[in-house]
Design a protein around this ligand. Structure first.
Ligand code: MN
Length: 232
């Protein structure tokens, strides 16, 4: 096949313990999936999960032991961090039952759903899509993927984020409103999942603003961590 210009390379995330990388297909995100975060955003109760997407090339893979860099984005004065457990799909499918979801999971990683909160808030108010608040360039830094078999008990793992060494977010994946299996069940009813899909599973409470120069260090117990600096 000849192209009128070179096609972009696929975004590839390092895999712990393997030379081969994980090629990213789509990036799905779950909104408000921890009760305490839903509360801080002004919501209560168990509503069905809802989803938004980021472009695959918004992913910034950060190799193990390195500090990644993302630029402070345009148009915002309120860039927020959201630390999240990311599920990496290895086997596609549709209408996947929660009980079968584990068969589709390649592994797990730590990701940041960076958010232009002021723009997202404005879009919410006007009933418009969230893309400009959520799907901007470099909005999805992500650490290496740990294969599921080596990841330990992710469903009961501590999840945390520090900014410049100070705790900002600290919770446990067990606090998810919709757990990983249930999330995959709902998601795969709406879209056919493909190998290479990533699912940002939601963030716990404590989201707040960062500024240029800040160092974000996050983790999920049992997984390779994620370290990112906001450049000017
Ligand atoms: Mn999020």
């Amino acid at each position: 096949m000849r192209f009128v210009f070179p096609p972009p390379p696929s975004v590839a995330i390092p895999v712990v313990g393997q030379d081969a990388a994980f090629p990213v297909h789509r990036v799905y995100c779950v909104g408000r999936n921890y009760a305490e975060h839903a509360k801080e955003m002004g919501f209560t109760g168990r509503e069905p999960p809802f989803f938004f997407m980021k472009p695959a090339d918004a992913v910034v893979p950060v190799p193990a032991g390195q500090t990644g860099a993302i630029a402070y984005p345009s148009l915002t004065r309120d860039l927020h961090h959201e630390i999240e457990l990311v599920v990496a799909i290895g086997t596609g499918g549709r209408d996947i039952r929660a009980a079968d979801a584990h068969r589709h999971i390649f592994g797990y990683a730590v990701g940041l759903d960076m958010t232009r909160r002021d723009l997202q808030g404005e879009m919410k108010k006007q009933g418009r899509p969230w893309c400009i608040g959520k799907g901007f360039d470099q909005s999805a830094p992500i650490g290496p993927i740990t294969p599921a078999a080596q990841a330990g008990d992710v469903a009961n793992a501590e999840i945390f984020l520090q900014v410049n060494g100070q705790d900002r977010q600290r919770s446990n994946v067990s606090q998810l409103i919709w757990n990983i299996g249930e999330t995959i069940e709902h998601l795969s009813a709406a879209w056919t999942l493909q190998p290479g899909d990533l699912i940002f599973s939601g963030t716990p409470e404590g989201v707040a603003a960062v500024v240029a120069g800040d160092l974000l260090s996050g983790g999920v117990a049992g997984l390779e961590g994620l370290s990112v600096r906001i450049s000017g």
